[in-house]
Design a protein around this ligand. Structure first.
Ligand code: ME8
Length: 639
């Protein structure tokens, strides 16, 4: 039976469009999954969305959508992005799915029953962005969040607590006894130091909003979004119901959670303690990677000002982007994502080193041997070193990939590529071609072709379509493109080599930099902007649009961005409509306006206030304007 490998990304918040930082984690996991598969593992790759919590609710309101519609849209866009990036995941879990909610509710009740979760009261500063409470002493100046620097809100609420303190010693012992549980080691030390300061019990429910999973025995509480989210790693495997996947993969051979350094504590402390309390085996290892930074600092989904993958993939191809992403970030550390460095890597590593080697080798094979080359016993002084470099590279590559370190695996592969380029200069095939005896020339060409075949195999997990093109050009049959065939000399001869088209054309850096900078400066389209799919007139007439007169308007008691209006739509009673326009209009400016109302929209509660319809408004990056009319009367139909 094949050994199993279960790998997970964090589940992403749909608080905005996903950027290259999120793409990094997902490509990283994709490359490791492909590697393990090629290495004979039965793999299972899970990713998904973390769809509950105040932050998501706030983003939905900003986009004038119900939370469910909003998360549905982002989940779809995210899956489109993963398709664009060639991500081969096996499951995409969304925390709003029933299969997930049931498991979270069962866990919560079990922990309440066994008194690992108890009811108390919480007073503290809450950061909506990080979905975390902080004590006064943890805050930065002006009550700012110590993790993200945003303003926190003071909250006091009844809350359930998870008894972290009860498990703190057991967890520290576990981490010490399992040195490879948290990687890299610096992160492990950070976690141990944090535990040694003593763990406060964790507030694990909220009563101030309701976009979350309800606590069954006390439904005015929703489960804290992190407790909810962490459970995805086993709810997706059918834990507690049809659990064949749980048995196979969670209790299997290798389980890896890949996370960014900012969410280490949640995965290294809360998650294992939850599992300990639930008596579920801790089978996973945790790898915390660093961050891609921009020249002016951190990237943020909700604040905007991030870099998005689409520009790079569309202009330079997917493999160039995957290569850069996995090559540039050091193990566990941060790295800079800079367009000029990206372009230089494309020119040096891909066009010069790899592209040139392929072009030179195939052109010479065609010119000297009409595309047919056999292994020849006509050694030269440089063969041994090339063959040794192949063996060393393969070993270093496996070692690096097994240690979850694709950047090192790529560095090793590029050492082989450089060695092969040097071999061309050393053997000077164009000089050998002048001799009558063609065996030494054929031997040199064979070394280059075999070297390229090996490079093609090593690139499979990271640059899958490049290796596919290389195999087409070199006419490598499928039995010679596997990990088992990573042996110099495995393929005895080459036939019908195609002269390659340039896989990675050399770029004019100045021209590209200008083009890139201008497309990066264009702010990304807000999620509501792309043109929606075509609808028929039958769909359109389903909307009942009416003129509404704003009779009264006030600020929402619990949300700075919302106004609550009383609107006369020509009916017996006025309607209450909540709109996300408070940053653009005062309540006084709204009263007396005749607006356009979507009158047959299903009522929803927005932060506890009923909203029976929606006002039409147009907006761009800078402003928002409510659509209004002058001469029509309340209740008039708009078509
Ligand atoms: O944290 N470079 O979701 P999220 C590299 N929902 N990685 C980055 C990055 C950057 N610039 N910016 C963000 C959450 N990330 C939770 C997870 S899991 C049970 C719940 C990484 O969408 C970040 O480190 O805010 C994290 O690992 C991931 O993107 C998701 O972030």
């Amino acid at each position: 039976m094949k050994p199993t490998f279960y790998i997970t990304t964090p589940i992403y918040y749909p608080s905005g469009k996903l950027h290259i930082g999120n793409a990094y984690t997902t490509i990283f996991c994709d490359a490791l999954t492909r590697y393990k598969k090629l290495n004979g593992f039965d793999t299972y790759y899970l990713t998904g969305m973390d769809e509950h919590g105040k932050k998501v609710e706030t983003s939905a309101i900003k986009n004038q959508k119900s939370p469910q519609d909003y998360v549905d849209q982002i989940a779809e866009e995210t899956q489109q992005l993963w398709a664009l990036l060639g991500i081969q995941y096996d499951d995409f879990i969304r925390t709003t799915e029933k299969r997930h909610k049931t498991v979270v509710q069962t866990f919560f009740e079990k922990l309440v029953e066994q008194k690992d979760i108890y009811l108390g009261e919480y007073e503290g500063h809450y950061c909506i962005h990080c979905e975390s409470f902080f004590t006064e002493s943890q805050l930065l100046e002006n009550n700012a969040c110590p993790d993200c620097g945003r303003e926190t809100q003071k909250l006091k609420e009844e809350s359930y607590f998870l008894k972290l303190s009860k498990y703190e010693k057991k967890l520290a012992d576990y981490i010490r006894a399992n040195p490879d549980f948290i990687q890299p080691e610096t992160r492990r030390n950070e976690v141990l130091a944090f535990i040694e300061q003593g763990l406060n019990d964790l507030s694990v429910s909220r009563t101030t909003f309701d976009w979350g999973i309800k606590v069954v025995s006390n439904p005015k509480h929703v489960v804290y979004v992190w407790l909810d989210a962490l459970t995805n790693y086993i709810s997706a495997l059918g834990y507690g119901s049809e659990d064949a996947k749980y048995q196979k993969y969670w209790l299997g051979d290798e389980v890896l959670h890949v996370v960014g350094k900012d969410i280490l504590r949640f995965h290294a402390i809360y998650w294992p303690i939850m599992l300990m309390a639930l008596e579920i085996p801790i089978t996973f290892k945790l790898y915390a990677h660093g961050w891609y930074l921009m020249k002016d600092g951190k990237m943020s989904k909700s604040k905007g000002g991030a870099i998005y993958p689409e520009v790079f993939v569309e202009r330079y191809g997917l493999d160039a982007f995957r290569y850069y992403m996995l090559r540039e970030l050091p193990f566990g550390g941060d790295g800079l994502f800079a367009p000029d460095a990206f372009l230089e890597r494309l020119n040096f590593d891909l066009a010069n080193d790899l592209g040139n080697l392929i072009n030179r080798t195939t052109a010479m094979t065609e010119q000297y041997f009409k595309g047919v080359v056999h292994q020849k016993n006509a050694p030269n002084d440089f063969d041994f070193d090339v063959e040794k470099t192949v063996v060393d590279t393969i070993a270093q590559y496996h070692e690096a990939m097994d240690a979850y370190h694709p950047a090192l695996a790529l560095a090793a592969t590029w050492r082989l590529i450089s060695r092969l380029n040097k071999y061309v200069d050393e053997t000077t095939p164009w000089v050998l071609a002048k001799a009558d005896d063609k065996a030494p020339l054929e031997n040199a060409m064979y070394h280059l072709l075999e070297g390229l075949r090996i490079v093609g195999i090593l690139l499979k997990p990271i640059m899958p379509s490049t290796s596919e093109s290389m195999f087409k050009i070199l006419n490598v049959e499928s039995s010679s493109d596997t990990f088992e065939s990573l042996i110099f000399g495995h393929k005895g001869s080459y036939q019908e080599i195609q002269r390659s088209i340039a896989l990675f054309p050399r770029l004019d850096i100045d021209v590209e930099l200008k083009a890139l900078n201008s497309s990066l400066e264009t702010p990304p389209a807000p999620v509501t902007q792309p043109m929606a799919p075509e609808v028929s007139i039958d769909d359109f007439v389903k909307l009942d649009l009416r003129v509404g007169l704003i009779k009264a308007c006030k600020k929402h008691p619990d949300a700075d961005k919302l106004l609550v209006s009383e609107v006369d739509c020509g009916e017996e009673k006025t309607r209450q409509i909540v709109s996300g326009i408070a940053q653009h209009y005062t309540p006084e400016q709204m009263v007396g306006k005749k607006v356009i109302v979507v009158a047959n929209l299903k009522p929803v509660k927005l932060r506890g206030e009923l909203s029976e319809g929606m006002l039409l408004a147009g907006s761009n990056e800078k402003q928002l304007e409510v659509v209004s009319v002058d001469h029509l009367n309340p209740g008039d139909k708009v078509k």
